[in-house]
Design a protein around this ligand. Structure first.
Ligand SMILES: Cc1cc2nc3c(=O)[nH]c(=O)nc-3n(C[C@H](O)[C@H](O)[C@H](O)COP(=O)(O)OP(=O)(O)OC[C@H]3O[C@@H](n4cnc5c(N)ncnc54)[C@H](O)[C@@H]3O)c2cc1C
Ligand code: SF4
Length: 330
């Protein structure tokens, strides 16, 4: 590991001030991703700004919804009574990820910015455009079993690995940030990026910007929701494909539908057309299969990961069935 300066801050303005001192500065929350990347030589910060002393550890009601401080751990979000009661989809997605020990350390802000699990990204001996822009992508013609089937570019086919963010996408969360130019709000749908020709940039966070909170709108879909995650092991593994489904059912018909996918793209994947196809329909397999087809429009594999197209289709149908309360099989 390279030498670095370690700075502790106890107010947001100081954190932002520290971050504007240069490109080599990184915030550190739980450290569960950043430290691994530093050990692998992928990240080489010259200054680490420890944000754990900031007053961002609270979950509180806000504007009819919920405000989750950036430093609330994944374990505490999942176990919070208001999350369990009003946003159980979020709790379910968080609990499908990592391990209890990791969830005790991982923070809300850090989870949003965790980096891809593409193995070539972590292996500094291989070319990777995300790590070293212009070097090439080892995954496109390499072993790409975990990689994306939607929204890829010729420069990168990595996936975003977070489970929490898939639920946040379905719930239309908004990320609150504080930066050198003040505070701003970024809807989750606009927070993460597709790789395009700049795969080294994962999010639309500006230089020096600190995540302070994630806000959830009032609508939490507590009655009809499901997070389904397909992975190589039953636990402690990242998603090959996952789906967060949330439905509002009124008079036997779907009044409102949300569907977001994980493990298939560089960002949580949401397709408005798929949700529109569900609205007004009876919650049955025909409607769910049509929505799955729409959600996967344009999906294309790279060989080892082509199976993900069918896998994602089944995961979507299963999530919608579970959300509708009509069984666990697909
Ligand atoms: C073995 C293993 C298995 C895992 N399995 C899963 C899984 O199945 N599903 C899943 O979703 N996740 C999984 N994770 C990932 C884990 O959830 C993330 O590592 C964690 O959420 C990151 O949070 P952190 O607070 O530790 O972030 P850190 O490592 O501290 O930081 C991550 C990034 O966020 C930045 N950052 C942190 N806080 C802020 C802030 N407030 N504002 C701006 N930038 C900030 C840092 O600079 C860094 O770039 C796994 C991790 C490991 C090690
Ligand atoms: S998929 Fe992206 S992260 Fe993986 S090797 Fe290619 S450029 Fe790097």
């Amino acid at each position: 590991m390279n030498p670095f300066l370690f700075v502790r801050v106890d107010d947001v303005a100081s954190a932002v001030g520290e971050a504007t001192r240069g490109d080599g500065t990184r915030f550190i929350g739980g450290g569960t991703n950043l430290l691994d990347l530093m050990k692998a030589g992928v990240e080489r910060p010259v200054r680490l700004v420890d944000v754990n002393g900031l007053p961002l550890h609270e979950v509180a009601e806000h504007d009819g919804g919920l405000r989750i401080g950036a430093l609330v751990t994944n374990a505490d979000v999942a176990a919070h009574p208001l999350v369990e009661l009003r946003y159980p989809l979020l709790a379910e997605a968080i609990l499908a990820g990592a391990s209890p020990q990791l969830r005790n350390m991982a923070t809300t802000g850090g989870n949003l910015l965790q980096r891809t699990r593409c193995y070539y990204f972590y292996d500094v001996a291989t070319p990777c455009n995300k790590r070293d822009p212009g070097a090439g992508c080892s995954a496109i013609d390499g072993f790409n079993r975990n990689h994306a089937i939607l929204g890829t570019s010729e420069h990168c086919i990595a996936t975003h690995p977070s489970d929490m963010c898939v639920a946040l996408a379905a719930l239309e969360a908004v990320v609150q940030v504080e930066g050198p130019s003040g505070a701003r709000s970024i809807p989750l749908a606009e927070f993460h990026r597709l790789p395009g020709d700049s795969p080294q940039i994962d999010s639309n966070l500006g230089p020096g910007e600190l995540i302070t909170a994630v806000e959830l709108p009032a609508k939490g879909f507590p009655d009809h929701h499901a997070y389904v995650k397909a992975r190589d092991r039953h636990s402690y593994a990242f998603a090959l494909a996952s789906a967060a489904a949330a439905l509002e059912i009124d008079g036997g018909r779907i009044a409102e539908a949300r569907l977001a996918l994980g493990g298939v793209a560089h960002k949580p994947w949401r397709v408005a057309e798929a949700e529109a196809l569900l609205r007004g329909q009876q919650p049955d397999d025909d409607a769910f299969r049509r929505a799955a087809e729409a959600a996967l429009t344009g999906a294309a594999g790279f060989g080892h990961n082509t199976f993900k197209i069918e896998l994602a289709r089944r995961v979507i149908v299963r999530a919608l069935r579970r959300a509708a309360g009509i069984g666990r099989s697909s």
